[in-house]
Design a protein around this ligand. Sequence first.
Ligand code: SAM
Length: 250
Amino acid sequence: MRIDVLTAFPEVFEPVMASGMLGIARAKGALEFEAHDLRDWALPGVHRQIDDSPYGGGSGMVLRPEPVFEAVDAVGAMDARRAFVILMSPQGERFTQAHAEQLAGRDRLLLLCGRYEGFDERIRSLADLELSIGDYVLTGGELAAMVVSDAVTRLLPGVLGGETSIDDESFTTGLLEYPHYTRPAEYRGMSVPEVLRSGDHGKIARWRREQSLLRTAHRRPDLLEAADIELTDTERRLIEGALHEHAEDE
Ligand code: SAM
């Protein structure tokens, strides 16, 4: 997978995109990543202008169309694979694990980061998709682009060691993941549940499933309603009990 980003602040990407699993993904060749400076396609002149004041008045500056259109053409032509263009925007679809999974199946992404008051509206015509990382407004699209790049990259084949670690994760199953413990078995009066030390893999799997269901029922009952999860009668009763407790707590 190749990810290109168009931004007025390309320097903010490298520390994140070269660290940990993302750095390893690049070293392994699973991810090619490049952040391009929008000012390379700025209007002619010493100021390397990429923004302008809005028609109709009002505060703030807006990204002009010419640098963005030209940059998308130029960066698009850097590779034969067609880039799926994503505009980072608080007005876009709310980014979820399902988006990450769909995007991980593509060859190439091109992420457009806004700044200032945002984009000239005509820039929206370049996008295949607009994505928001949540209902709040950031100063620019860079952090949002890093969130999307991170969530997508870890799903690429060969990036994470054990493929099963992805299968069990929060949101992948429609449920939140069960709790994890490591050594020591006792710490400041808190102990690791006995079942996890039992060596009985059947029991451990059942405990994990139960914890996953309870945790989702307590913290994110909306996920249980939305997800199409097959439940046994015992699991259904467990969840109903947890939801009942949850309602009483509120
Ligand atoms: N005036 C715009 C509005 O009200 O929709 C907000 C512009 S914001 C200050 C500047 C840029 O940050 C946006 O163009 C977008 O690229 C990025 N941005 C801000 N919040 C975001 C979010 N929640 N998700 C994704 N990108 C965001």
